[in-house]
Each structure stands twice: as structure tokens, then as C-alpha cells.
Design a protein. Structure first.
Length: 468
């Protein structure tokens, strides 16, 4: 299916073709027509599946539709709002808007923290059609009355699961209260937790449910490998692997900012060009470091989970979990930096004995065993027995992504067995059933209160009070 068959304008199709894209990814095949039809969208897609274009392309098309008239006088209002969890992701999304909208007369703006608010205030005085923002900085502008959200027609919540993890739910609800009730909302998430389902029920109106892969799944082209190692030897093992295998572009994840700094300094001492990126770094430093890593001049980027959100590098070959994440779903986000858009990639984890339970939790989420390989000279002393057993042969059919083989008999927007739509419907029916039971209970209580008591009951204490 070519991009030209999705119903996008000639200007957008031309820009997409110039970027080298000819066929849409599975998430784009389903999300774009649903959005163009005016539906709310609830989409579950892996990191690196092309979901950014899945919402930026229809937004550009809908806002450039000349048949929809705007205000006759005054400055055009902000009509589309895209909320993202991190600064880097905001910048990546706007880059896509600029690339795909280069032949359209639409203006976009990034609104993020970590930089002075004054230039943003100045920018808001000119035309802004599409606003890409992090929740915190957006509310800063709301508090200063420098932004008007009353004319928003299109809303996107990108990487909603990460925004929940970062504690943005209250900020999101405050922002929602400022938006028009009549709007089109699209929610994209790599994982479907109960909190995401609750958010969808609250903010979306009869959405088109799009599931291009099993929830919480990793890309099928990623190779997973675990190296058991003592905690004290992790940094030596990492340096050994980088040199031994001549890894030229490596993204390494640590749990803490200080840990990222220490590891980057150690790698530098070993002659391996490395820099750390995290929340304590200035936005200018983060932008400069990411640029160096993207153009290949920086061999290793050591990052925390939050800082690496939105990092989009073509053909990134290696992702290393220097420390396993405490939340297993974060593993999916981490390794999603590699194996993007159908490419291959390696996900390597350095696992100490006290992290074995975290490894098991990740395997339960992925529904697969991670291959374990002991590196000679770095053997861990206390390896749990379960980790020494050879991994079970994977069922390749279980790893096939649903949308890689989209069946013609399945409607794009029809609910599937055990799908999210079914779960949301079941939750609604459960709530309705509870309400009906409460009504029956209340009616029985009312009748029992109005019924004349038996004479003997007037002179006897209730059985339930005997033991008081």
C-alpha cells in the first residue's frame, strides 16, 4: 500500500516521498485513515514503529484543508496541541512536522522547559498552528496567560504511558479542563496498563482501537542477550564488549544521573568517546550531545530513561542495559531505540545476581526467555540456577507482529477478540452491572425498612449485637 493511497494531500505526499518513504508502516496504515475520518484514536504501537508520522501527517492534512474556514479576523488561533513527556521527544516531533509540512503554510512551535520562557512568550505573539509541548512548561504559560487553548481542534497524547510514569496525570487533567469539549483526540502508547485504559475511557470518545502488535511487546527484529556479571565488573565488561566487537554506536542505559556520569567518565578513561545525558544537563548541552551521537562523532551515549525518550537514530545498532530497569515495561521503551522501522538491532543486558528477579519480570512482560551468554573472564560468582539453563526455543509464530500480516477480512476499526476495545467495553458493562446491583440492594433495604416488624422482634436484640 503506497502513501498516496491514504488520502493525504499532494503537498504532504510529496514531502513524504522526498524523505524516502514509499510505503506506510502498519501503525500508519491504520491510524492515518482513522484520524482523517475524524475519529478519536487509541493506538498501541512499539517505539520506532513510525507512530509519529501516524499522527503528524493527518494533523497537517486536516489543518491545511481550505474548506474548513477559520476566524475571519485577528491572529489565527492554536488549533492542534501535541503533548509529549520529554524535551527531546518534543523536538523530534516538531522536526517531523517541519519535514512533512514544508510545502504547507502552517506554523509550529516547541514549548519545553530547561530554556528561558521569554522567547517562547515572544513566539506566541505570532502565528502558531501546531503546538508541541511538555505538560509542565505548558502550564507555566497558562499561569502567565500567555497561551490560549480555547480553539484546540486536535489533541495528541504521545507516549502516554511514559507521561503517567513521570507523574503528569494531574497536569494532563488540568490541561484537559482548558480544552474545548468538542475536539478530536488521539492517544498513543507503547504499553497498555490499567491506567492507560482509564485515561482512554475518560478522555476519548468512542475511539478507533488500533493494535499493531501485542501490548508490551518488543520488535521482532531485535536480538536479546543477557550477560551475567558481578556488579563490580560491569563497567569493565562493557568496555570489553565495545572494544572486542568494535561497537561504533552504543546507547547505554543507567538508573541514575550520577551513575551515568561515572560510567561516561570511566569509558573516556578507557579511550572510548562517551558522554552522559540526563535531566541535570542543560538543554543546550543535551541538544549538542544528541547531535554528536546522531552524526556518529560520539561512540557511546550514556543516558537515563527520561533523557533518552524521543531519541530517534537511523539504524542504531546497539542498546545496552547497564542496569535493568525497575519497571519491566521500561525495558520495552529502552530497547525500542534500536530495531526501528523494521531494522535489526541488539539489546544487551548486564545482569548482576540481585537483578535476576527484574530479568524474570521482563521475560514475563515479553512472554519470552532472554538468551543468556557468559563472557569468559567476567563470570558471575552467584548466578541463579534458572539463568544458567539454555533458553527455550522460541515460538516464532508468537513473535509475529499482528499488523505485519494485516488480514483483509478484519475491518480496520472493528473490535477483535480480547482486544482493548473489548476490555474497555467489559469495564463499562462491569460498572453498569455494579450500578444495577446497588439499585436492587437499595430497593430491598427500602422495603425492609417500611415492612412492619414481627412482634417478637420488638422485644429481642438483633443477633448481630450479641457479641458486642
Amino acid at each position: 500500500m503506497p502513501f498516496t493511497s491514504l488520502g493525504l494531500s499532494k503537498e504532504i505526499s510529496r514531502a513524504v516521498a522526498e524523505k524516502g518513504y514509499t510505503e506506510p508502516t502498519p501503525i500508519q496504515q491504520q491510524a492515518i485513515p482513522a484520524a482523517l475520518a475524524g475519529n478519536d484514536v487509541l493506538a498501541g504501537a512499539q517505539t520506532g514503529s513510525g507512530k509519529t508520522a501516524g499522527f503528524t501527517l493527518p494533523i497537517l492534512h486536516l489543518l491545511s484543508d481550505k474548506s474548513i474556514k477559520g476566524p475571519s479576523e485577528g491572529r489565527p488561533p492554536i488549533r492542534a496541541l501535541i503533548l509529549v513527556p520529554t524535551r527531546e521527544l518534543a523536538q523530534q516531533v516538531e522536526e517531523s512536522i517541519i519535514d512533512y509540512g514544508q510545502y504547507l503554510k502552517l506554523n509550529s512551535m516547541v514549548m519545553i522547559g530547561g530554556v528561558s520562557i521569554n522567547p517562547q512568550i515572544q513566539r506566541l505573539r505570532s502565528r502558531v498552528d501546531i503546538l508541541v509541548a511538555t505538560p509542565g512548561r505548558l502550564l507555566d504559560h497558562v499561569g502567565q496567560n500567555t497561551v490560549d487553548l480555547s480553539q484546540i481542534r486536535l489533541l495528541v497524547l504521545d507516549e502516554a504511558d511514559r507521561m503517567l510514569d513521570m507523574g503528569f496525570i494531574r497536569d494532563i487533567k488540568k490541561i484537559m479542563a482548558l480544552l474545548p469539549q468538542k475536539r478530536q483526540t488521539m492517544l498513543f502508547s507503547a504499553t497498555f496498563s490499567p491506567e492507560i485504559k482509564a485515561m482512554a475511557s475518560e478522555f476519548l470518545n468512542n475511539p478507533a482501537i488500533i493494535e499493531t502488535s501485542a501490548p508490551n511487546s518488543a520488535a521482532a527484529r531485535i536480538t536479546h542477550k543477557v550477560h551475567p556479571v558481578e556488579t563490580s565488573q560491569k563497567r569493565m565488561l562493557l568496555a570489553h564488549l565495545i572494544k572486542e566487537h568494535s561497537w561504533y554506536q552504543v546507547l547505554v542505559f543507567t538508573r541514575t544521573k550520577h551513575g551515568a556520569n561515572r560510567l561516561a567518565d570511566y569509558l573516556e578513561d578507557q579511550g572510548i568517546p562517551a558522554l552522559a545525558i540526563h535531566g541535570n544537563k542543560s538543554q543546550a548541552t543535551r541538544t549538542r550531545t544528541l547531535a554528536q551521537f546522531k552524526d556518529g562523532s560520539l561512540q557511546v551515549l550514556v543516558a537515563t530513561d527520561i533523557a533518552a525518550r524521543g531519541l530517534d537514530i537511523i539504524d542504531l545498532p546497539h542498546v545496552v542495559n547497564y542496569e535493568l530497569p525497575n519497571v519491566p515495561e521500561d525495558y520495552v521503551h529502552r530497547i525500542g531505540r534500536t530495531g526501528r522501522a523494521g531494522k535489526t538491532g541488539d539489546a544487551v543486558s548486564l545482569v548482576a545476581a540481585d537483578e535476576f528477579k527484574l530479568q524474570q519480570a521482563i521475560e514475563r512482560v515479553l512472554k519470552m526467555k532472554l538468551e543468556v551468554e557468559i563472557v569468559p573472564g567476567f563470570e558471575a560468582k552467584n548466578i541463579p540456577r534458572a539463568s544458567q539453563t539454555p533458553p527455550r526455543k522460541q515460538n516464532n509464530n508468537a513473535r509475529k507482529v499482528v499488523s505485519q500480516d494485516i488480514k483483509s477480512e478484519q475491518s480496520k476499526f472493528s473490535p477483535k477478540p480480547n482486544s482493548l476495545r473489548s476490555m474497555l467495553k467489559a469495564n463499562g458493562e462491569k460498572k453498569l452491572g455494579t450500578v444495577e446491583k446497588n439499585k436492587e440492594h437499595n430497593e430491598q433495604m427500602r422495603k425492609s425498612i417500611n415492612r412492619k416488624p414481627h412482634t417478637a422482634a420488638l422485644f429481642s436484640s438483633p443477633t448481630r449485637n450479641k457479641n458486642k
